[in-house]
Structures are given as structure tokens and as C-alpha cells.
Design a protein around this ligand. Structure first.
Ligand code: TYD
Length: 139
């Protein structure tokens, strides 16, 4: 889907364990201004249900697994995150829902800017209107 892609991070693996470094602008396509993580989510919970008008994010499931539903005004896809070296880039104007968190799942999120509630689009109809005005209407 446009404005999204999978990034494969470099995993350093030796007899002492594994290490995955992430450098802003080198390993991911933006400067990291904020980091947060989501955990302790029951398997029955679905969260997200929003798009961001400006924010760039990278999602990494550093423990366990989670599914991410990506939607725009004309298509939908589901990404399964289950490896700490797999990162999902989500650019602006992509609707996302996170669901089926496994037990002990930890979803790490890297963001291009500080938290700003004003740039969240939480209403699906409003999102579709905006997306159609930007990307065009699917006939
Ligand atoms: P929210 O973005 O709604 O979570 P999700 O989309 O995963 O369901 O955020 C949940 C709460 O946490 C909400 O009250 C806002 C707060 N929050 C912050 O204070 N800072 C942050 O960086 C984020 C992402 C959320």
C-alpha cells in the first residue's frame, strides 16, 4: 500500500545473543523524535482506529506478535509482525488498527514527531473524505 513498506533491520547475532540497532535517518526514513511501546494488551482488544495527517511511524513487534490492519480509501491489507528485525513503516494518511496481540507482545513505535492530538484523524468518514481529496476517489 502507498505510504507503507516493510523495512528489514540488521540483526547482529552471535553466541551471546541478538542485537538490532536502529539509527534515525539511516535505518528508518525519518529523525526519531518520540518512542513509545504498547504491551499488556488482551488478545480480544483491537486498538488504533486512526490515521495521522503528518506523522511518520515505524512499528516493530520486539516480543510476541501482532497484526496490523492498514487501510486507505480504496484498499486494505493486514501485516503480521512477529520478528524484532522486521519493521513496518507507516507514513501519513494511512488508517491503522492493531489486533490479535499475542501474550507478552510488545509493540515498539518510533515516531517522527512529538505527540499531538490535533493531527490524529479518528473518524473513518472524515478520513475517507480527506483521503479522497488527496489521493482521488476510487470509482
Ligand atoms: P492512542 O494513540 O489513542 O493509542 P492507540 O492508537 O494505540 O489505541 O493513545 C492512548 C493514550 O495514550 C491516549 O490517552 C493518548 C496517550 N498517548 C500519549 O500521551 N503519548 C503518546 O505518544 C501516545 C502515542 C499516546
Amino acid at each position: 500500500m502507498y505510504n507503507t513498506c516493510m523495512l528489514r533491520l540488521k540483526k547482529n547475532s552471535d553466541k551471546y545473543g541478538k542485537l538490532v540497532p536502529i539509527e534515525g535517518e539511516n535505518d528508518i526514513p525519518f529523525k526519531i523524535k518520540r518512542v513509545y511501546y504498547i504491551y499488556g494488551v488482551d488478545r480480544t482488544v483491537c486498538r488504533g482506529f486512526h490515521a495521522h495527517s503528518k506523522l511518520h511511524q515505524v512499528l516493530i513487534c520486539v516480543n510476541g506478535s501482532v497484526k496490523i490492519r492498514l487501510k486507505n480509501n480504496s484498499s486494505e491489507e493486514i501485516v503480521f509482525l512477529e520478528k524484532p528485525e522486521e519493521a513496518l513503516y507507516i507514513g501519513p494518511m494511512i488508517w491503522r488498527e492493531m489486533f490479535e496481540f499475542s501474550e507478552n507482545a510488545v509493540l515498539l513505535v518510533l515516531a517522527s514527531d512529538y505527540y499531538d492530538d490535533n493531527e490524529y484523524i479518528r473518524n473513518w468518514d472524515k478520513y475517507v473524505d480527506l483521503a479522497e481529496s488527496i489521493f482521488g476517489k476510487e470509482e
